[in-house]
Design a protein around this ligand. Structure first.
Ligand SMILES: [Zn+2]
Length: 329
């Protein structure tokens, strides 16, 4: 163990079981990079919070309000919360990104389910631009209500673990963006998602990337309370293998973006014993770089870029914007 990693990972008295490889670990990330108790698994490198016993009701209560979201239609709120228009704007880029990585253009024949859909900005784009049949599932009542009334979407409110959402013949596409890191049992979540797919259906998963914290976030913000698992490409792939899902395509340059399909059987994941050290070395170096001016400047320009693109959206897409604004109640 290189000594420089001791400052960001320390041993605690109790052991927690890794939800991927089931190895026990007593190593926790230090408070100067992670406020919640985040353990690192020495066998597979997954960083996770030992909150696996939390009931679905406990987890659901985290999303009882509007969470990251804000029910205002138009608001330059990117730094704090996400508005409906912001979600629609992001949905456009996400639709194109999903089609590009999966190599498949969504059509009117598709049936799409988005798990953890928020306001449903992605579903709105898929329905309006591709004419596909779309359904959403979202635990927040505020988001669900806004998706229904402002975007006219069919969104069910509830936790995926306890909500019926099967479709005759299965879904041809299931998407779940920035949701898997919030669930207590990511392998069970992926397995159930796979079971809801049509035989040739695709599952698109997008989560934050432990080895590329986006937009120069400080680690204390990246390791937030609601993120129960923090994946790298290796650990996300292991979770998919355990769930019986074959990786069709993956992009690991920013967020982790994986396209999966049913493999018909659980696959044997490959764990790299050196991965935990690789993760700790990366986090150490990232933590040391956080105070540098170049990192701060990059964070500022990235966020200013988000705000600028959101401000431009109504000018570039006036008809879409007016449609949403006119439904405002
Ligand atoms: Zn593990």
């Amino acid at each position: 163990m290189p000594s420089q990693n001791n400052e960001i990972a320390t041993s605690v008295s109790d052991r927690a079981v890794c939800p991927l490889c089931t190895a026990p670990t007593d190593r926790t990330l230090a408070g100067n990079i992670s406020r919640p108790d985040n353990r690192i698994c020495p066998s597979c490198g997954l960083v996770f919070q030992p909150r696996r016993d939390s009931s679905i009701e406990d987890l659901a209560s985290c999303y009882a309000g509007d969470g990251y979201w804000n029910a205002e239609t138009v608001k330059l709120s990117r730094f704090t919360r996400i508005s409906v228009l912001d979600d629609v704007r992001r949905g456009r880029a996400r639709l194109h990104g999903i089609e590009q990585i999966s190599g498949r253009r969504i059509s009117a024949h598709d049936t799409v389910l988005d798990i953890g859909c928020g306001y449903g900005g992605l579903l709105w784009q898929i329905r309006n631009k591709r004419k596909a049949r779309v359904n959403g599932l979202e635990p927040s009542p505020v988001c669900t209500q806004a998706a229904r009334s402002l975007l006219g979407l069919d969104v069910r409110q509830g936790m995926f673990e306890e909500t019926e959402c099967s479709q005759d013949g299965g879904y041809s596409l299931i998407t779940s963006l920035h949701t898997l890191e919030h669930v207590a049992d990511p392998v069970a979540f992926l397995r159930r998602s796979g079971e809801l797919l049509a035989p040739d259906g695709l599952l698109y998963i997008e989560v934050p990337n432990l080895l590329n914290p986006s937009a120069g976030f400080p680690l204390t913000r990246f390791f937030e309370e609601a993120h129960l698992s923090n994946f790298s490409a290796l650990t996300l792939r292991a979770a998919a293998d355990l769930a019986g899902l074959k990786t069709v395509a993956q992009d690991t340059r920013g967020f982790l973006r994986f396209v999966l399909k049913r493999a018909g059987q659980a696959l044997t994941p490959v764990y790299d014993a050196a991965h935990a050290e690789e993760v700790l070395l990366f986090l150490t170096s990232y933590h040391h770089g956080e105070q540098r001016t170049t990192r701060k400047l990059r964070t500022f320009t990235t966020r200013a870029g988000y705000a600028f693109r959101l401000a431009c959206y109504p000018l570039l897409h006036p008809i879409q914007t007016m449609r949403i604004l006119c439904r405002r109640t």
